[in-house]
Write a protein that binds this ligand. Structure first.
Ligand SMILES: [Zn+2]
Length: 280
């Protein structure tokens, strides 16, 4: 019994030391990230993990924390759980969904162009239109805070999307965060994901297990999308460079997406917002 207790204490100590190294190392980058980036293999989410973990905190302010690595959750009054269909942006009579935004003046002209490109990515082939805010009550307030993150869906009123410069200034990262703002969670948190992928728990940093939770998602009758811009990469939160997510049917299927939305991502938007855009 004593031995058991000692073992537990030792393993707690060990993981605390590991976590400390992991969190506090100023040069920390995910294992294998640089190689994947050089090969052009890093997914949007790899870049987000790189940016967010570097800042070594999941707490944005006193009441807001990050879930799954980059989804802001407020423990304040508006903590309603928001999955597809529950927190939509409203649709205009002309069939478009106008999402108003304000852009912080601290971005350079080049960064502003990148952010617009991230918006174009979503507008292309969907009914979403990002428009500079004039009088709209609900809007995205795009700012360079600490890390890349967004709230899920429309919360009503002003809502922050953080795109820190220069860390989050990549088109794929920007589109990924806007997808959260439109109401989409990560693809591998679909309730049926275990039919398609295996989560390799022993390879994941123990204190990041929660980033791999499943949720009661609304899948909009769309197939599981390995190549979604909302999918974690194969090595997300890997402790030792071993894969943390492995596709069930074929290990060589590439997970995630670097810079553009997948075909199914666009279908998802069109279904969720009932856009009158041809659906296939
Ligand atoms: Zn995300």
């Amino acid at each position: 019994m004593e031995q058991m207790a000692l073992l537990c204490v030792l393993s707690t100590c060990f993981s605390a030391v590991q976590a400390q190294n992991y969190l506090l190392s100023p040069k920390w980058v995910p294992v294998g990230f640089r190689e994947r980036e050089e090969r052009g293999d890093a997914t949007a989410m790899d870049k987000i993990i790189q940016a967010n973990e570097f800042h070594a905190t999941r707490i944005i302010d006193g009441t807001t924390t990050l879930r799954e690595g980059d989804i802001a959750v407020s423990s304040g009054r508006r903590s309603k759980v928001c999955f597809a269909r529950s927190c939509l942006w409203s649709k205009s009579v002309d069939g478009h969904v106008y999402v108003a935004y304000m852009l912080s003046p601290e971005y350079t002209e080049i960064e502003e162009k990148l952010i617009k490109k991230g918006m174009d990515n979503i507008e292309d082939g969907t009914c979403i239109r990002f428009v500079p805010r004039t009088h709209q009550r609900d809007y995205l307030d795009i700012q360079s805070k600490s890390g890349c993150w967004s709230y899920l869906g429309s919360r009503g009123g002003r809502q922050t999307v953080s795109l820190q410069n220069p860390d989050c200034m990549q088109v794929g990262v920007i589109s990924h965060e806007f997808m959260h703002a439109l109401g989409f969670v990560h693809e591998q948190s679909r309730f049926d994901r275990d039919n398609y992928i295996t989560i390799m728990w022993p390879n994941i940093w123990r204190d990041r297990f929660r980033n791999f939770e499943k949720f009661k998602t609304e899948n909009l009758d769309l197939p599981y999308d390995y190549s979604s811009i909302m999918h974690f990469g194969m090595y997300a939160y890997s402790m030792d460079g071993e894969p943390t997510i492995v596709p069930k049917t074929n290990r060589n299927i590439k997970l995630g997406q670097a810079s553009s939305l997948s075909h199914v991502d666009k279908l998802k938007i069109n279904r969720l917002y009932q856009c009158a855009v041809k659906d296939d």
